[in-house]
Design a protein around this ligand. Structure first.
Ligand code: IPE
Ligand code: IPE
Ligand code: MG
Length: 314
């Protein structure tokens, strides 16, 4: 191994250790971008970029589920991608089909009890791919260990249009009342049809562009989703990049918790000195973390802020 290789390995081990101390995101969604630019960088055919990209996806499944991610949603093909040349689409559909077939026989699927679900308008796909996808869904439908959601023929706006249609149909059939439409009803009518995916905690995009390309607008915008944009093209995305993304989520999450606790202390201090137990009790209503974590955050706050130090009564 080269000197740079050794350094990278050391850094990877260090990062992996660091992230173990904090909660990992439960749901990670990835925009896997840059396959063709990777191919042209190395003067390779386009299909080779997609092939290498598919290898990265397989590795990312291991990296994610091994650290405790529960749901992984990958953007495999968008509704906009139908505009691409027939040859490229044909190759991509074949490749994605092969990967679905492999999932069915792969021991890791069954060891992890991984459920596969497809998000998107599958009617637009060729029959062979549709049947591979359906087979992977059927074979794993009773699993609930981890979830792999594949966004295929997926468009975020189309998903909202389809949800509106599904709800309108239910109203017409008397299964739903207009007054009962709320955020939960809308979530329940999104893809896939047998139970929608949960909100996203971390979204990752490779390839250097900082946009969301019609990916999961409902599931990422309404909550506190962290975003990690990075430069490597998808085929060259390494475990180090993945771990950095996780660390970004953790840092952001910690900052969010710290700000909440700080605001609560400030509000309570309006009435004089603040009892630690009150801070813990109120904080835990807003951020679902153990009591000890609130205490650690309070220590962090008083170490860096004299006013905080003088306000809190232990
Ligand atoms: C992502 O890579 C894969 C798919 C969209 C299917 P691209 O094919 O978009 O590659 P770039 O972004 O043009 O390099
Ligand atoms: C996003 O990549 C979609 C997928 C990764 C499947 P694109 O390459 O299609 O996105 P834009 O067109 O650059 O936004
Ligand atoms: Mg692209």
């Amino acid at each position: 191994m080269s000197f740079a290789g050794i350094l990278y390995k050391g850094y990877e081990v260090l990062l992996a250790k660091e992230i173990k101390d904090y909660p990992v995101p439960s749901h990670v969604a990835i925009i896997m971008d840059g396959n063709r630019r990777f191919a042209s960088k190395y003067r390779l055919a386009r299909y080779y970029g997609h092939l290498k990209g598919a290898d990265t996806t397989e590795k990312v499944l291991d990296w994610s589920f091994d650290i405790g991610v529960k749901q992984l949603t990958v953007y495999a093909f968008s509704t906009e991608n139908f505009e691409r040349f027939d040859q490229e689409k044909k190759y991509l559909f074949e490749l994605i089909g092969i990967k679905f077939d492999k999932i069915c026989t792969d021991a890791r699927t069954h060891r992890r009890r991984m459920r596969v679900r497809v998000l998107g308008n599958t009617d637009l796909l060729p029959p062979a791919l549709r049947s591979s996808a359906k087979h992977a869904e059927d074979i794993t439908k009773n699993y609930d260990g981890v979830y792999l959601n594949v966004a295929l023929a997926y468009g975020g706006r189309q998903e909202l249009v389809d949800a509106a249609r599904a709800m309108a149909l239910k109203i017409r059939n008397g299964e739903l009342h207009i007054d009962d439409i709320n955020e939960e009803t809308i979530s329940n009518n999104l893809y896939p049809s047998d139970g929608s995916i949960p909100y996203v905690d971390l979204i990752i995009r490779t390839g250097g562009d900082e946009r969301l390309s019609n990916f999961l607008p409902w599931q990422t915008n309404g909550n506190e989703c962290a975003a990690y944009f990075c430069a490597p093209f998808w085929p060259e995305f390494r475990r180090i990049d993945f771990l950095r993304a996780i660390r970004t989520y953790q840092t952001r999450e910690h900052e969010r918790q710290k700000n909440t606790v700080m605001r609560i202390v400030k509000l309570l201090s309006y009435y004089g000195k603040v009892e630690v137990e009150d801070v813990i009790c109120i904080s835990r209503r807003f951020i679902k973390i153990p009591k000890d974590d609130v205490i650690n955050i309070l220590h962090e706050l008083i170490n860096h802020n004299v006013v905080m130090h003088n306000t809190i009564k232990w």
